[in-house]
Ligand binder design. Structure first.
Ligand SMILES: Cc1ncc(COP(=O)(O)O)c(C=O)c1O
Length: 229
């Protein structure tokens, strides 16, 4: 009821025009949401997307220059595979929730000086199983420039202090750790979002700039005009 009332009030205040795209003027509601999410997650910047599903594609495009091969838990959500496929990157699966299996494919499929991106759901939707992220961190230690990205659709609002997700649950924020999620699960606002890029430790801003560029060509997504500090 509260949500319906707020929706009616917002419609009266802002009207029905969408204006969710930066080229045609971003709606103040979007900026307000991004500011609130940014402060909630304590991250460098939060970006609102048209859906949680879009998170995989946006993340793959944003991080694309920072890794050479993506290693994906075999049970990861479809948006992860679709997003990486759309970005045209090399993708290799590793056995479900298996740090040893990840270590094996990394040593087999990564050439010298190549940088891996490891992608997994934080919480897997069907089973509710949690990704063994600290163990992945240990496996990734020898790999310079290794990135880790979690689809936290089922962890935002559930895991970690105040529901900030899997990285916070494990205390693993940092420059090379990324996550995105949705507001269609625990936060029942009925629409999606890919709110979080980067960790509390203040990551390198380059991926965020790429998200911005990526969004200029898409009418489904919205971005920050410039990264927040
Ligand atoms: C793990 C996971 N990631 C992403 C999504 C996509 O979220 P949305 O349906 O809000 O776009 C879902 C939806 O079921 C999901 O289960």
């Amino acid at each position: 009821m509260d949500v319906l009332r707020a929706a009616c009030e917002a419609t009266l205040r802002y009207g029905l025009k969408l204006r969710d795209h930066r080229r045609v003027g971003c709606h103040p509601c979007v900026l307000e949401w991004e500011r609130a999410a940014n402060s909630f997650f304590g991250c460098e910047a939060a970006v609102l997307l048209g859906s949680g599903y879009a998170g995989g594609a946006v993340m793959a495009a944003a991080l694309g220059d920072d890794f050479d091969v993506a290693f994906v838990d075999e049970h990861s959500h479809a948006n992860v595979w679709d997003g990486l496929a759309a970005a045209g990157v090399r993708v290799i699966s590793f056995p479900h929730r298996d740090p040893g299996g990840l270590a094996a494919v990394l040593s087999m499929d990564l050439r010298a000086r190549q940088r891996p991106l490891v992608v997994s759901d934080g919480i897997f939707p069907i089973t509710g199983a949690l990704a063994p992220v600290p163990d992945y961190e240990v496996v990734l230690q020898p790999y310079d420039g290794a990135l880790l990205c979690l689809d936290d659709a089922h962890a935002y609002g559930v895991l970690g202090p105040d529901g900030r997700g899997t990285l916070d649950h494990f205390g693993l924020q940092g420059a090379r750790r990324f996550s995105y999620g949705t507001m269609s699960k625990a936060v029942r606002w009925g629409w999606g979002a890919g709110p979080r890029l980067g960790g509390a430790a203040g990551p390198d801003r380059t991926p965020l700039r790429r998200v911005s560029i990526h969004h200029q060509g898409s009418s489904r997504h919205c971005r920050r005009g410039r990264p927040s500090t």
